[in-house]
Design a protein around this ligand. Sequence first.
Ligand code: PLP
Length: 455
Amino acid sequence: MTHSPNSPEARDVAHHLHGYTDARRHEEVGPLVIDRGEGVHVFDIHGKRYLEAMAGLWSVGVGFSEPRLVAAATKQMSRLPFYHTFGHKAQGPVIDLAERLIGLAPVPMSKVHFTNSGSEANDTVMKLLRYRSNALGEPARKTFIARAKGYHGVTLASASLTGLPNNHRSFDLPIAGIRHTMSPHWWREALPGETEEAFATRCADELEALILAEGPETVAAFWAEPVMGAGGVIVPPATYWPKIQTVLQKYGVLLVADEVICGFGRTGNWFGSTTYGMNPDVIVVSKQLSSSYLPISAILINERVYGPIADESKRIGTFGHGFTASGHPVAAAVALENLAIIEERDLIGNVRRVGAHLRARLDALAGHPMIGEIRGVGLIAAAELVIDKPAKTALDVPGRLGGMVAGIMQDKGVISRAMGEAIAFCPPMIITELQVDEMVAVFAASVDEAKVRLG
Ligand code: PLP
């Protein structure tokens, strides 16, 4: 596509290297330049309206351009635009937010540590747990187990936890000390005739075998999203979490719940840990914490984790970690207002009601010859596309079918995201049933159009 010289598209191509983008293809096709947002919609610079079926990056829970968040940011920006949290310093919003998060936590938590992105938060947790193992006199306990298809970020350490090949390939990752166990995707991974229950048992058995092979005294933590997001919205079988937690408890392995997507209502409860009966020692949150209006993430740790870290910082004289913008007052003020909106407007109730409607609408498409699996919980879902339904296979080039359907959807005014062949739905939590109908109708029409194109 040729863009006129000096257009925003041409200037973007000239100067901007995008994340998660094929840079050479970008030179040919250019960007979709978004200009403004309103509720569940965004508008491009040419005035075309899109329903944002991904809430940006699974994150704009309260919708776009919420005036209360703008007001909260403006107020805090004028009063104290920045102050840090190093060396015993604090400010009002960070104190209020830490207290609020401890109050909301699904299991008893002791302290909150602030960071700026999900990646930074997971990276920081790895450092916290190394520090803790040293504090406990268990210096061998430094191995972290994550899962295939899990997503925990893109820094050297968090990308290593991530279990997706494109986050490792050519980056020389994973770093040492990271292991991956299988993903809990029954539809894709089950052996012929294997029930969900038997599959969940196999997942737990594989985890146990890995812990034993590594040596239980070397394993610090198991890292997991309650529901996998970027790996394709993978919802675990009902008995997966109880079985996994039995193994973790048996070997004294900590559980880190990465609630960066699930946190703050997405699964129909404040936390995915509640939805799945998880009892984590560490919880990582970001995204819907501020509806992504400003970058902020937080790590909640229980007393079992905090105690040894506090002791070690006393022994050394400082906890030698922290970011300039950790607990940024404007981001914290926006997060507090965002959480207030989620509560006051009962957005979690909306997730349950409209989520059930979304599921019903998607389930109605399950008989389509190109739809292999519908999965989801609350207001996060995916439809996995296939060409050969019994064989569960798509086109020869992985991701081509998903990319094609997501592209057609975008042309028709719905922004979704293809993860391989899975088309994800994770709209703002304010979405209505009528808007869900529109979103799913565009999806269905796009699958049909792809079918025609493929002949
Ligand atoms: N953890 C999960 C579960 C995520 O979905 C993401 C981002 O999508 C991250 C961590 C990384 O967050 P960030 O992109 O803010 O670094």
